[in-house]
Each structure stands twice: as C-alpha cells, then as structure tokens.
Design a binder for this molecule. Structure first.
Ligand code: MRU
Length: 398
C-alpha cells in the first residue's frame, strides 16, 4: 500500500492528518488557503514539497470555486482587484514554515503568473485560469521528478560503493533521517524515494531510520511508509547513529532538504548534521536528495538560511496510541478520534519547564555544511562534493 498526503476531487482537497498517524487515518478537508495555513502551521501536513503542494492547490481551488460562483466575487472584476485580494493571501501562506523554501518557491510561481498578466494586460479570467493551472502543476510535477531523483541517487550510491571496491552484491544498507516519502511529498518521496527505488530494483539490503524526535517523523511516519511498502527496515533512536556506524556496514546516509544554499550547505530535519558528522568520521557517503526548487540561489551559504524554531512545548511531549493509560493521571490527555479508532494521547515527558524563558531549545532544522556532503541529487543530475568555495551545479548530470 502506498500512502498519500493529499487527495483531490475537483475543487475539494483533503489531507491525511499526520499528527495522528500511524494509529489513525483521519482525512481532513482543506477548504481555503486559511485552512491550508492552519494545517501547515500545526504540522497536520509537513515535508517541504507536500506543504508547497497544499499551499498551491489551496489557491487553485479557492480561485476555481470563486470563478464558478454566481454572482462572481468583486475581486474577480479586474486584474488590479485580483492582485489586491490575492497578495495578502499569498503572503500569509508563505509564513508558517520559514525554512522550507519550496513553499516560497510555489508562492513565487503564482506571483509570477499574476505579474505577467498585469504586464501584458491579460483578461482577468485568463489570469485566473493561469493561476489555477500553475497551482495544480506545483503538486502534479512532484511525483515524476521524485522518481528521476530516486533512480539517480540509487545509481550514484551503487557506483560509489563499486568504485571503492565495496562488495554490495547482497544489496546496500542505507540510513535515513526524518520522513521524506509519499507523506512528505506529492508521492514516491525524495531520500525515501532512493530507498524505495533500491528496494524495487533488488539492491537494498536494509533501510535504517532515526526516530527524529520530537515530532517523531521517523518512528511514526517513515516506519509506517516502510512497513506499507514491505521494505526491510530497522528503527534507531536519534542517539544511536554513532553506534550503528560502529557496528553495522552502512553504505550511505540519504536525507532530504528544506533549503540548500548556493554553496551546497543544506538545512534539513534537526539531527541531520549529527548524522553527517558521524558519516564523515566513518567514511560513509552522505547524500542529500531534493528537487531543484529546494536550492535557493539567493542565499550564499547556510548561515543565511532561516531556521524555524517550534514551540517549546512540542519538545516536552510525545503523542501516540494509548496502550494502558494509568487511570486518573492528570498528565495524560486521552483524545479518541472516533468510536472505531484507537485512543490517542499526548503525554508530557518532562517536568514543567520554563517554556518561554529559554528552558527548552527546539529548532526544527539544522544546517549541514557542504564539505560534509558527498552528493546532492536533484531531478537535473548529481552535484558531487559541493564545497564552501564552489557554487553547486545542479545541472551537472551524473
Ligand atoms: O518538519 P518537517 O517534518 O516538515 O521536516 C521535513 C524534513 O526535514 C524533510 O527532510 C524535508 O522537508 C524534505 S521532505 C521530502
């Protein structure tokens, strides 16, 4: 079974609520750009490409509904009124996850359609249709490019092992961080796509993945995706990466990216940098896999990448299925999603900490310097060994 993060039917959009996965499958309607904002902010949907797809689709469906309604809303009366109405909507959608550049890139694509319409004085109906198509294209383009990246990344990993005369005839062992699969994209995934491709072509021995606390993208979402795809896999706690490298033959680390700077410095899920440092120590290739839209050519290096800090309370909690809650414990909130669904709980694992005065450090991402990255895989090709001095060439074909 392949999981999916977004489903559409005409102008209707639904997302699977990733806060309650893997124990409950709850589809939630996203009826407006504001609903999309709330879903992205609360992390009901997450993963840089998936949030960009949702934001773009929400604008498409909003405009499509508006253009079919009678009477037509006033903002469709002229290009100027459309722009005046749409600008704050796009501005708002850009804000909830500041590290994920794909979200900004999707919004920029919509803005460009608007600007071109204004420049050429295109009839407002045509500009609206252009915006609707562009929003849908952002989501639709994702799957094919993921499949291309998956093949390029897998081939690179196998070639790199063979060049070092490492015997991979029984397949490769690969570690990944966070969740970069179908749930984080419009389908197939980036780094998890590489793992899936290796599995589908019979070249994967085993996938390892970190829990990726505090949101547990690994233990809740990657675990579910690998299980659904019947891929041999092992979960490790975030603190076990060094031990794994000491005791197992790991042939590559593959990760996604939320933003890559011009020199190849890469922001990804917190804990990625730890894995990169340890991979360098153990001479294990460290591979970043992301679409070209994740490369932000306006940023020279990682020091300028904005890092999102999540609310402190999120690092103090775990959520999951209740398997025997102690009766009457005030620290445990049980929320049953429906009669048939298992009860889920959000549990505080820390004492009450100083949440606003610096008692908790909770950055959602860290930056891995380019010199620790062996290859950046995009749909355009593979850039090997990006360094501090070079600008990465994502057009270079492996
Ligand atoms: O906070 P998240 O879950 O949105 O973080 C996701 C990641 O860090 C992914 O690795 C990245 O967005 C790439 S997903 C294909």
């Amino acid at each position: 079974m392949t999981l999916t993060s977004i489903r559409t039917d005409g102008d209707s959009i639904e997302i699977i609520d990733q806060l309650v996965l893997p124990h409950s499958y709850v589809w939630t309607a996203v009826d407006s750009p504001n609903d999309a904002y709330d879903a992205i902010k609360s992390m009901k949907i997450r993963g840089a490409p998936a949030i960009a797809s949702l934001a773009a689709l929400s604008v498409s469906s909003y405009l499509s509904r508006a253009s079919k309604s009678t009477p037509k809303p006033q903002f469709l009366a002229s290009l100027e009124e459309l722009q005046e109405h749409l600008d704050p909507v796009l501005e708002h959608l850009y804000k909830p996850r500041p590290t994920a550049v794909n979200l900004g890139a999707a919004i920029t694509r919509l803005r460009r359609v608007m600007s071109a319409g204004l420049l050429q004085n295109t009839p407002v109906e045509e500009v609206v249709q252009g915006l609707i198509s562009e929003g849908r294209a952002v989501a639709d383009e994702d799957v094919d490019r993921n499949k291309t990246m998956a093949r390029l990344g897998a081939e690179w990993i196998l070639r790199s092992a063979e060049e070092k005369q490492i015997d991979v005839s029984n397949g490769v062992n690969v570690l990944t961080v966070c969740n970069t699969g179908s749930l984080a994209t419009s389908g197939y995934g980036t780094a998890l796509g590489i793992i899936t491709y290796l599995h589908e072509t019979g070249r994967l021995k085993r996938a390892y993945y970190t829990q990726s606390t505090p949101y547990h993208q690994g233990s809740r979402l990657t675990a579910l995706e690998l299980k659904s795809l019947a891929i041999a896999s092992t979960m490790i706690c975030d603190t076990m990466v060094g031990s794994l490298f000491q005791h197992y033959d790991i042939h590559a680390v593959v990760v996604g990216a939320d933003r890559v700077a011009r020199n190849g410095d890469t922001a990804n899920k917190i804990g990625t940098y730890n894995a990169a440092v340890l991979a360098a120590r153990h001479n294990i290739p460290f591979v970043v896999c992301c679409p070209v839209s994740t490369v932000d050519m306006t940023i020279a290096d990682g020091s300028a990448i904005p890092i999102e800090h999540r609310p402190a309370i999120e690092a103090c909690l775990v959520r999951g299925r209740v398997i025997g809650a102690p009766q009457g414990n005030p620290d445990i909130t049980v929320t049953t999603t429906s009669q048939e669904e298992p009860a889920q709980a959000i549990v505080q694992v820390t004492p009450d900490l100083d949440l606003i005065g610096g008692g908790v450090y909770n950055p959602s991402f860290d930056v891995t310097p380019a010199e620790l990255i062996s290859a950046i895989v995009t749909e355009k090709g593979v850039a090997e060994n990006p360094t501090k001095k070079a600008t990465i060439n994502v057009g270079e074909v492996a």
